[in-house]
Design a binder for this molecule. Structure first.
Ligand code: GDP
Ligand code: MN
Length: 432
């Protein structure tokens, strides 16, 4: 039986590799789609969209209240919309730690833009999609507001159950699509797209019609849908979500919001896009780990786990739990390991004050155990390790590795297998 901790770790791991997007599993229309890493801010997504013929409002980006005020003046618009830039949705109904309500504000007065931006930048914005404490706002978008006569929903995603891209739309936009899926599933429309043939005119037209665009607006909406699809393909997106995909009283179809996620496997051919990656919303320790090609996941116990591979990480968490312990975190050391990485890994693991013991569980397939052993002894000496260390190494060059550890004169506890390692690390914590 999987333990709750292991389930939590598994979920975190899965989130690392697979990040489910807009239509959560609850939606009957679309199944869970793999979520990947890169997620851009709205202003970055909108820039990509406007460069590719998709209709968005004119905008500037600001990172101080003064700059926001200047931007609002420069826009010279009848009405201005000020939007906090965070990666999570639901900003409109969010609340700032400054007390300000709403991450999206409309005003006609540039001075008000400055005053509101002052209560946004540097504060946390909490929405339905953020952690409770919210996410710090570093930038705001100052855009020309347009009147909206109707809000619809449009998304394009890679959907496993369709074996390819699918258009998802609803005439009921602006609100949470999950709510529409639950209350009015008949108002969610899908068009599966053949990735080789591309989007057909008839599909774009049918979606535009299903979204309720009438007369000349139907062609305009279909044209926008095709452009969004072509952009989706061109930039290796896994998801493009526009909510609201709206209509103005003046007869324009406009993308009022934008959320684009990218396939991390495409990084090598989307260098410009990946260079925009805004890591400021990650946990600092995750960013630090990523610098050394390490994956760090924080948990809430007291045994730090140093492992290689996601499967071994989960097994290690499970077995610690089965033996009555709780993992504090785990650090996944990928394949081609260098000694310096092991040192950095120990530094990161021990930086967490909750850690009372360290369990190393490395299976040397590609990894050479002797490199790990040298890294461990070096780290122990240089970091003057204070907590018990239990090491289980197996695989390539394991005998040499064991010699390195036992001849080091360091208080390292060796374990013969995973079970033994878990028992010894749990016992070392219990003793304290
Ligand atoms: P979200 O709450 O994070 O999804 O942020 P949105 O960008 O979708 O904005 C929330 C809501 O603000 C939208 O659903 C619109 O109703 C409204 N809104 C956003 N931009 C404009 C605009 O230019 N004009 C008007 N009238 N409303 C806007
Ligand atoms: Mn939105």
């Amino acid at each position: 039986m999987a333990s709750p901790v292991a389930a939590q770790a598994r979920k975190l791991l899965r989130d690392l590799a697979l990040r489910p997007p807009l239509l959560a599993a609850r939606s009957q229309a679309v199944q869970l789609t793999p979520r990947r890493w890169l997620n851009l801010q709205e202003y970055q997504s909108k820039k990509l969209m406007s460069d590719n013929g998709v209709k968005v409002q004119r905008f500037f980006v600001a990172d101080s209240a003064n700059e926001a005020l200047e931007a609002a003046k420069r826009l010279n618009a009848k009405e201005i919309v000020l939007k906090a830039q965070i990666l999570a949705g639901g900003r409109g109904k969010g609340v700032f730690s400054s007390g300000l309500k709403g991450g999206v504000h409309l005003t006609k007065d540039p001075q008000v833009v400055g005053q509101l931006a002052k209560q946004m930048i540097g504060y946390n914005l909490a929405t339905k999609q953020t952690p409770k404490e919210g996410v710090k706002v570093n930038k705001v978008m100052v855009a020309e507001a347009l009147d909206i006569s109707r809000e619809t929903y449009l998304a394009i995603l890679m959907d496993r159950s369709c074996n390819g891209p699918v258009l998802v739309g609803s005439p009921q936009g602006g609100i949470d699509i999950e709510e529409v899926a639950a209350s009015n599933p008949e108002l969610i429309f899908k068009e599966e797209i053949d990735i080789i043939e591309g989007i057909k005119d008839s599909q774009a037209q049918r979606m535009a019609e299903n979204l309720g665009f009438l007369g000349p607006l139907k062609n305009q909406a279909a044209d926008q849908i095709k452009k969004l699809y072509n952009l989706f393909l061109k930039i290796d997106a896994t998801q493009v979500e526009v909510n609201p995909f709206g209509e103005t009283p003046g007869g324009q179809v406009v993308c009022f919001d934008a959320k684009i996620n990218f396939d991390d496997n495409a990084e090598f051919r989307q260098k410009d896009i990946f260079a925009m990656d805004d890591k400021s919303e990650n946990e600092p320790i995750e960013n630090e780990a990523a610098k050394y090609d390490l994956k760090y996941i924080g948990l809430d116990g007291n045994i730090a786990c140093f492992v290689n591979g996601a499967g071994l990480a989960m097994a290690t968490c499970d077995i610690i739990f089965l033996n009555g312990g709780k993992p504090a975190n785990f650090l996944d050391l990928g394949g081609g390991v260098k000694e310096a990485q092991v040192y950095q890994a120990f530094k990161l693991l021990t930086a967490d004050p909750k850690v009372e013991a360290i369990l190393v569980n490395i299976f040397g397939g590609i990894v050479n155990c002797a490199i790990i052993a040298n890294g461990i002894t070096k780290a122990c000496r240089e970091l003057e390790l204070k907590v018990p260390l239990v090491v289980r190494l197996e695989g390539t060059n394991v005998h040499e590795a064991q010699n390195i550890l036992s001849n080091s004169g360091l208080p390292i506890t060796s374990a013969v297998d995973l079970e033994d390692a878990a028992k010894k690390s749990v016992a070392s914590v219990a003793k304290k």
